[in-house]
Design a protein around this ligand. Structure first.
Ligand code: MC0
Length: 145
């Protein structure tokens, strides 16, 4: 079901400062930036590698406000790994299968994710304490609107 690790999401207070750190320390390059109002974040994707089914990235996340998922996470836990995202061939199918195995799927339907992807989240309390995201790359099927 999981094809690869699509990205690791890292919560931060200052996106520009954290991008500069990752660029100068690891020679990574920003390949996309986006403000996602629905998810309450401003984010940047830094490319790591390409593989079968799509690339893998570090995703830096700055909250748009305190009452957002990343804003609440930062207030409670401080900066650090916010979620791990797995590439799947069909996000709707993965939601159905994983949901049928007793894991809470946080989205009723796939949502718009970065780089034109379709995404859904799994509850961290059912995933060993790790907020988990399912990602369907846009070229593997129909992306969410
Ligand atoms: C919260 N908890 C986490 C967590 N966020 N545990 C691990 N990793 C996280 N990221 C834990 C809290 O510590 C708390 O545990 C419990 O979950 C409830 O948290 P809460 O602070 O009371 O907040 P809730 O319940 O209102 O919401 C938590 C939940 C929410 C995970 C359901 O944040 C959510 O729906 N997240 C999915 C959407 C999201 O994160 N979007 C931002 C990334 P205790 O033990 O203290 O009770 S958007 C993104 O990444 C897009 C752009 C993309 O990739 O394309």
């Amino acid at each position: 079901m999981f094809m690869r690790i699509d990205h690791v999401g890292i919560a931060c207070h200052d996106l520009e400062e954290k991008i500069a750190f990752f660029e100068r320390t690891f020679d990574l390059t920003v390949v996309a930036r986006e403000t996602n109002e629905e998810q309450g974040v401003k984010e940047a994707m830094l490319h790591i590698a390409d593989g079968e089914g799509g690339g893998s990235y570090i995703q830096l996340l700055e909250p748009l406000g305190p009452d957002t998922p990343v804003g609440k996470f930062l207030a409670k836990r401080g900066e650090g790994v916010h979620h791990v995202a797995f590439g799947v061939p069909d996000v709707a199918e993965a939601m159905r299968e994983i949901g049928g195995r007793g894991v809470r799927v946080l989205d009723a339907e796939p949502r718009h994710g970065t780089l034109g992807s379709s995404i859904a989240f799994l509850h961290p309390k059912d995933m060993g304490g790790v907020l988990t995201e399912l990602v369907q790359a846009p070229d593997t099927g129909d992306a969410a609107p």
